[in-house]
Design a protein around this ligand. Structure first.
Ligand code: AKG
Ligand code: FE2
Length: 206
């Protein structure tokens, strides 16, 4: 069990770290296997059923209609101290990545915060950057996708707009992990035609 656990914590982080340094974003399918994705998906479903999800927010004064026009996801925050089992494993993997990023890129990342996200059919998240004007603590954004057998016709791609590079569309395929610099990489979630499941988060420097 222990060796299995530690081997799962040693994926090819170098490629991801290099990509982030070189182009400001990186994608890998080898961080999380099918079994772990399925376990995380079950946790998400359990939390959804138990009523732990809330509508996402945008600005403090935004009306519900305005929020829907900007982003249609519902979310449930992951609580570090309460995390057990598969959620604990996921947080441990993110911790390995945090250390690797700090070691290679000197980003000074202190911790990760994040939430499960569900986009119901018809939902999207319009183009934005993840760093708030009044809060610059978010440094690296992370997304892990949890839907099995995603189909291209369902839409729901993450569209990245890296400066000086071609626009990149990332399919939300199961177990796929994306990370990018929070401060300066505009991105959007294209309208999804199928319920879209993920864990979104940010490495912070505060
Ligand atoms: O789910 C995604 O692909 C990205 C979500 C996102 O941009 C966000 O929650 O800030
Ligand atoms: Fe975002």
């Amino acid at each position: 069990m222990n060796s299995n656990r530690s081997s799962r914590l040693q994926p090819n982080l170098d490629g991801l770290v290099d990509a982030l340094a070189r182009q400001g974003w990186g994608v890998t399918d080898s961080l999380v296997d099918g079994e772990q994705s399925a376990r995380l998906r079950r946790r998400l479903r359990y939390r959804l059923k138990s009523g732990s999800f809330r509508d996402a927010a945008v600005g403090r004064a935004a009306t519900r209609a305005r929020v829907r026009a900007v982003r249609g996801d519902r979310l449930c925050w992951l609580n570090d101290t309460a995390a057990r089992g598969t959620e604990r494993l996921w947080l441990d993997q993110l911790e390995q990545l945090r250390l690797a990023l700090n070691q290679s890129l000197f980003l000074g990342l202190r911790h990760w915060e994040g939430h499960y996200a569900v986009y119901p059919p018809g939902a999207h998240y319009e183009r934005h950057v993840d760093r708030f004007r009044d809060d610059d603590a978010r440094v690296v954004s992370t997304v892990l996708y949890l839907n099995p057998s995603w189909r291209a016709e369902w839409g729901g791609q993450l569209r990245l707009y890296p400066e000086g590079q071609a626009v990149q569309d990332v399919e939300p395929a199961v177990g796929r992990f994306v990370c990018f610099m929070s401060a300066n990489l505009p991105h959007e979630v294209l309208t999804t035609h199928h319920e879209r499941l993920s864990i979104v988060g940010w490495f912070r420097r505060d």
